[in-house]
Design a protein around this ligand. Structure first.
Ligand code: ADP
Ligand code: ASP
Ligand code: MG
Length: 413
């Protein structure tokens, strides 16, 4: 008998008919003699709908109230699935984040899990009950509802799997695995059968939303084997686990695109020591995370500093930058919100040079302008105009031969 955490995403519970199908799948696993903990997202589109309502009522909704609102989507699906399972004679019970004992810090809308008191779930399992847990939510030390950031049901599932020492955490979604790039953008994308935590973490944090990046971080830390599978069809998915000998050793294993990006330029700041420190302390002070940064000398003793932030943080960043402009004596602030981050990822880059130049050549050939570049040991990212993102992803996917099955020996280009 194995213990599985089975997580179903928004599309998988998007209609009552699909909730029936989820129940069938859970029932099959239970009837095969396994223990199951189910984690659910809200119905697809529901979290966006609630977010829109909040922004219709006020331009800057309070984060605490936003969490109360957003967490309601997952309560609907857990109750419906528990009812459906009970109707099939399966003793299921729904659990909210609070009931399951997921305690987080107080960073509303992006809370981090501090601890999980898995005992309510363990007790339910011991009683032969199937726990149906609301993803994406927890409570802080004062029992106030928090949410774990967009896509956070993946994190709930992985964190529960870690604390219950489950045999596997299975993420059921609308694609049948992790692909070399988003198969909805590049149809020739190829499924990757096995992937290391490290590569998956890069892919996820660079925009492959098939797994939330924090859930991958958590899985790596606690060694939780994660499988991404289709909730609509049978068949093997992608296993994300420790790096091992039979993993594909591609030079580049994936291409990602991230549209949640905006570029801010502080034009004409005095070029003297301490300016960057002042600027970025102000940004960090309001919990806006900065990604790429470049500084250019403009004229005389003035410099331009450009940096990128999540586009969703712009409403908070704009007024802050106006204040910073006055404090630093800058000339003006420019904001460009139609940019996107394009990245290639692969552990093979560690040992082979020339990948960056191939990436830049390919973009040049396609007439795509690169605004900013950043690299790490196993990834290269470029900021491009948003309209160039899809053609760029297709061109890079082709350039690095990702549609073809990977050879036993790596293609060294
Ligand atoms: P869920 O609602 O089940 O959590 P998501 O929409 O969060 O599903 O994630 C699944 C989506 O991730 C897919 O529909 C696909 O468009 C997108 N995606 C982006 N990059 C990749 C990739 N490399 N492999 C597979 N899917 C990807
Ligand atoms: N419902 C939440 C979201 O849309 C959490 C999730 O689906 O994982 O972000
Ligand atoms: Mg998701």
């Amino acid at each position: 008998m194995a213990l599985f955490v089975q997580k179903f995403g928004g599309t998988s519970v998007g209609t009552l008919d699909r909730i029936h199908r989820v129940a069938e799948r859970v029932e099959k696993t239970v009837r095969a003699g396994h223990q199951v903990v189910v984690v659910l997202s809200a119905m697809s589109g529901e979290t966006d709908r609630l977010m829109k309502l909040a922004h219709e009522i006020t331009s800057q909704p309070d984060d605490r109230e936003l969490d109360v609102l957003l967490s309601s989507g997952e309560r609907v699906t857990i109750a419906l699935l528990a009812m459906e399972l009970r109707g099939r004679g399966i003793n299921a019970r729904s659990f909210t984040g609070r009931q399951v004992g997921i305690v987080t810090n107080s960073s509303h809308t992006r809370a981090r899990i501090a601890k999980i008191m898995a005992s309510p779930v363990q007790q339910a399992l011991a009683e032969g009950v199937i726990p149906v847990v609301a993803g994406f939510q927890g409570v802080n030390e004062r029992s106030e509802v928090t949410t774990l950031g967009r896509g956070g049901s993946d994190l709930t599932a992985v964190a529960l799997a870690a604390s219950l020492k489950a045999d596997r955490c299975i993420i059921f979604t609308d694609v049948d695995g992790v692909y070399t790039t988003d198969p909805n953008i590049v149809p020739s994308a190829r499924k990757i059968h096995k992937l290391s935590y490290e590569e998956m973490l890069e892919l996820a944090s660079l925009g492959a939303k098939v797994l939330q990046s924090r859930s991958v971080e958590f899985a790596a830390k606690y060694g939780v084997p994660v499988e991404v599978r289709s909730s609509f069809q049978e068949g093997e998915g992608t296993l994300v686990t420790h790096e091992d000998a039979d993993m594909e050793r591609a030079l580049v294993s994936g291409v990602t695109g991230d549209r949640n990006q905006a570029k801010i330029t502080v034009v004409g700041v005095p070029d003297r020591p301490g300016i960057a420190a002042d600027l970025f302390s102000a940004v960090a002070g309001s919990s806006i995370s900065v990604d790429m940064i470049i500084q250019n000398v403009s004229q005389g003793d003035l410099a331009d500093i450009s940096f990128t932030v999540p586009r969703s943080d712009l409403p908070r960043a704009r007024p802050l930058m106006e204040k910073v402009k006055v404090e630093l004596g800058a000339q003006r602030i420019e904001v460009k919100d139609d940019v996107a981050k394009l990245s290639i990822v692969g552990v093979g880059m560690r040992s082979h040079s020339g990948v960056a130049s191939r990436m830049f050549q390919t973009l040049y050939r396609e007439g795509i302008n690169i605004m900013m570049i950043s690299t790490s040991e196993i990834k290269i990212s470029c900021m491009v105009n948003e309209q160039d993102l899809n053609p760029a992803m297709k061109a890079l996917h082709e350039e690095f031969g990702l549609s073809e099955p990977v050879q036993a020996k790596p293609n060294l280009g």
